[in-house]
Write a protein that binds this ligand. Structure first.
Ligand code: KMH
Ligand code: ZN
Length: 282
């Protein structure tokens, strides 16, 4: 049972605006260029987000882990916003593990770190134990604060093993995100959320949740009622309701700000998010 489950009145909202799975052709409103990403980040910060989870694209709008582009993206987001900038180390299912380790060289505030291999629709999202250990130790060396991505209950148990083996992350806080409803991972249900949260290690200081696709609202409401934080964005969901496309990431942020308000949770500022996550204030 995690130590931090007392409800908080503040709500950390993370926006995941792009992802690696949706094509620009299928979704022209997906932010894939740097100007589009910066504009999205500015709009989402204004709407109430405090952290951005970033995947980038190349000139053909395809997912890339190009280090120069990642570095330019981190710099541009820091210049234009006060958001905590988290780079994805998950990339796309096609990215080699070595390239995913190199992401930390772009000096983000935070990086995602997934705790296990997951069937990902028809593909496989590869995260063997050795890679998890390498990435975690590198994050400690490079002073990048990880967000532990938990796609399944087994990942929660791997988080116990990781923290017991290598100690606390840089910054001393332990923040997790439950990614629920991926075909191959845990379902986006209240029961699964409660099971995962109740199994979190005692070192965990905060957690958020995101529900993929149609599970987005179920997971958001369950997370709010259990005192968790939220991640939303077009990486995870492309419709507001059946047949109603998302027009912008800010729209998704605004929606959970509204849900938070009903639950008497106020969006956290970027500085408050830095304190929560153990990231230095800029
Ligand atoms: N695109 C998925 C294969 C992460 O960003 O760390 C992996 C993912 C997780 O999105
Ligand atoms: Zn991601």
């Amino acid at each position: 049972m995690a130590a931090m489950s007392a409800p908080t009145d503040k709500l950390l909202i993370t926006v995941a605006p792009t992802g690696a799975e949706t094509s620009k052709a299928d979704c022209p409103q997906l932010p894939t260029t740097l100007p589009e990403l910066v504009q999205t980040a500015e709009q989402c910060e204004k709407a109430g987000a405090a952290m951005i989870h970033v995947h980038i694209r190349d000139d053909d709008h395809q997912p890339t882990l190009d280090l120069q582009r990642l570095t330019d993206t981190v710099d541009a987001l820091h210049e234009s916003t006060r958001l905590v900038v988290q780079l994805s180390t998950g990339g796309s299912v096609h990215d080699p593990l070595e390239n995913r380790l190199e992401v930390l060289e772009a000096q983000p505030d935070s990086c995602s770190l997934t705790l296990g291999t997951t069937n990902f629709g028809d593909a496989v999202f590869l995260n063997p134990w050795g890679f998890i250990c390498d990435l975690y130790q590198l994050s400690q060396e490079r002073e990048v604060v990880p967000e532990f991505e938990l796609f399944d209950l087994g990942h929660v148990h791997t988080l116990h093993r990781l923290l017991d083996t290598f100690g606390l992350p840089y910054g001393g806080r332990v923040h997790c995100d439950l990614v629920m409803g991926v075909p191959g991972g845990m379902p986006g249900t209240t029961d699964a959320l409660v099971a995962a949260v109740n199994a979190l290690p005692g070192q965990v200081t905060s957690w958020s949740a995101t529900g993929i696709g149609r599970s987005t609202l179920t997971v958001a409401l369950a997370a709010l009622s259990k005192g968790g934080h939220l991640r939303v964005g077009m990486e995870d969901v492309l419709t507001l309701a059946k047949g109603v496309p998302v027009e912008s990431n800010a729209q998704l942020v605004e929606r959970v700000v509204h849900l938070g308000k009903i639950a008497q949770r106020t969006p956290m500022s970027c500085d408050e998010a830095r304190d929560l996550l153990g990231i230095k204030r800029r």
